[in-house]
Design a protein around this ligand. Structure first.
Ligand SMILES: [Fe+2]
Ligand SMILES: [Fe+2]
Length: 251
């Protein structure tokens, strides 16, 4: 097993665990990441070009909702895996997502926006995640992680505000680790299924991923345009991450 110092790099293969999913290793990572990740103190007014500010607020309002869930169902499903370290990992993972939600909320407010209390895309994701058990929950969650990571990376690369670049760079690093965490766990879970079931699950996952990308583009095209990223480029970036994750999960 390779040592996991920090799996959050663009090259996920750096952190690949050749022995399969190791919940103790991931628990060490989540504990260390909680201790070392920076704490941001945002100014009350974040300067940003008006052309990008309004569509960005609109997009971040939606992400903020998605990052803020209490994770009750995921915790419940995770507890059935009978792995105490994995349950603790999931707990720390949910807290990281909640910290993203809190940060995004502060960003939206500092940009002059308001926070949403719900959004239909979040309700749809929650519905899909809870249809079946833990595998479904993680498979759907992984799609949200991939799209979120790619969008946050665009923001980190493109906004002309140093504070926002730092905030989104840190979130991107967390999301890369999350994607890898879920991929390795899925590999263990999906490995118990028959060959035919895995083919069907993989196909269904691809369909849901492509649908999610299509819906995302429809809903967030204004902010992608403002960030200077074409829809096709964004989908290509998401697809690259998706196939990388699928290679690990369905190995
Ligand atoms: Fe997140
Ligand atoms: Fe995440």
């Amino acid at each position: 097993m390779e040592t996991l110092n920090h799996p959050a790099t663009e090259d996920q293969s750096v952190a690949l665990d050749k022995d399969g999913f190791d919940s103790a290793k991931w628990l060490s990572y989540f504990i260390a990441n909680k201790r070392t990740r920076p704490i941001f103190s945002l100014p009350p007014d974040l300067e940003l070009d008006e052309q990008i500010k309004l569509p960005l607020i609109r997009s971040l309002q939606r992400f903020q909702i998605g990052e803020t869930g209490d994770g009750k169902h995921l915790r419940k499903f995770a507890s059935r895996a009978n792995d105490a370290d994995y349950s603790r990992c999931v707990d720390l993972f949910i807290r990281e997502e909640q910290s993203h939600g809190q940060l995004l909320g502060e960003v939206v407010l500092s940009l002059g926006g308001t926070l949403l209390t719900w959004h239909w895309t979040d309700v749809a994701f929650i519905f899909l995640r809870r249809i079946l058990g833990l595998k479904t929950e993680i498979l759907i969650l992984q799609i949200a992680e991939i799209i979120g990571k790619c969008f946050y990376k665009c923001v980190a690369d493109k906004v002309e505000n140093e504070t926002l670049r730092e905030v989104f760079s840190v979130i991107v690093l967390d999301e890369i680790a999350h994607m890898h965490f879920h991929s390795e766990f899925l590999a263990k879970q999906l490995g118990t299924l028959s060959w035919m079931t895995r083919v069907v699950v993989h196909y269904a996952w691809c369909v849901i991923f492509n649908t999610a990308c299509f819906v995302f583009i429809l809903d967030h095209k204004a902010s992608l345009d403002a960030l200077g990223i074409s829809s096709s480029e964004f989908v290509a970036r998401c697809s690259k991450e998706f196939h990388r994750s699928a290679r690990i999960a369905f190995k």
